[in-house]
Design a binder for this molecule. Structure first.
Ligand code: PGA
Length: 302
């Protein structure tokens, strides 16, 4: 029988026997009978093609072949042990690396959630990419991160998306705009206003466009900006109205720079999603962050 049939169990038994040089003591350590041990070692010797020990009275002596098998056995078992430790480290949530990419509009709340997660797991490392929609979709395609946070999930998306937070989309105006006094404003009334919208392809913009398109309303888009901050400044400066995620305007509304209008159909209720590729093997730390997001549904207070 060739040596490759040797089992780890036999090697383990033999290394214990080689340490004790006594069948009874080795059997005791292994919680087996001396007879059971002898059978395994006999088979190991057959695989090795040579006797592994000699018995003189009660005492055992390893043969040269036995010493060689014992050395190899110890190496193999040690290697297996270090492999176990290495794999444990990969599975270990406490020391893992979390690779996360979020859409820019999520930067108003997602870093705080990451911060709260890091406080629970101080040993982990986080690599957070904050990118626009095109980049996030490209990163997803290239499998560059473990998890993604975005608002609108692309149509026909082939992965898995979990809604985890509300993302109300609001209509904002300069604080001194006459419509701030009105209630239940008809969306049609807004066709007379100028708008500053996010860029084509932005999830926020798509939500606004769908809302007005479904009602047959054509908005007058005066400016297009790829930054929520720029949009808010222009609205505050009186250049027009806009539609943004409420998560992005909390500070300006509180400071009285812009106001949220009471338009019928608004806020448009959307969600933030945490997303991964289908069949993605998530590292333990990413699994844990995912359950953390799904558990912690309320926005941490700023
Ligand atoms: P965006 O983000 O408007 O920056 O694209 C919101 C979303 O993902 O829907």
């Amino acid at each position: 029988m060739p040596l490759r049939h040797v089992t780890l169990h036999q090697l383990r038994i033999f290394t214990v026997l080689a340490r004790h040089l006594n069948m009874t003591r080795a059997a005791r350590e292994l919680h087996q009978t001396p007879a059971a041990l002898s059978i395994q070692i006999k088979q190991l010797a057959e695989y090795a093609g040579a006797p592994l020990y000699e018995q003189v009275g009660k005492k055992l002596f390893l043969t040269a072949s036995g010493e060689a098998v014992e050395r190899a056995g110890r190496d193999i078992l040690r290697r297996l042990e270090s492999l176990t430790q290495e794999l444990d480290a990969h599975r270990n949530v406490e020391r893992g690396l979390l690779r996360l990419a979020i859409i820019t509009t999520a930067e108003y709340f997602a870093p705080r959630l990451v911060g709260a997660f890091c406080q629970e797991y101080p040993g982990i490392e986080v690599r957070l990419e904050i990118v626009n929609r095109d980049s996030i979709l490209e990163r997803l395609k290239q499998n560059l991160d473990d998890l993604y946070i975005m608002g609108q999930v692309p149509e026909g998306f082939q992965g898995t998306a979990y809604p985890f937070l509300d993302n109300p989309i609001v209509l904002i105006a300069p604080a001194d705009h006459p419509l701030t006094q009105a209630t239940a404003i008809a969306p049609e009334r807004l066709a007379e206003e100028s708008f500053i919208l996010r860029e084509e392809g932005s999830g926020t913009r798509m939500t606004a466009e769908n809302f007005f398109r479904e009602r047959g309303i054509q908005l007058r888009v005066r400016m297009t900006m790829s930054s929520n901050e720029a949009v808010k400044q222009l609205v505050a400066g009186g250049l027009g109205l806009s539609v943004l995620s409420r998560n992005t305007v909390a500070a300006e509304v509180a400071a009285g720079d812009v106001a949220i209008l009471d338009v019928a159909g608004f806020p448009i209720l959307r969600h933030w999603h945490v997303v991964h590729r289908r069949n993605k093997r998530l590292p333990a730390v990413a699994e844990r962050f995912l359950s953390f997001l799904l558990r912690d549904r309320s926005l941490p207070q700023s």
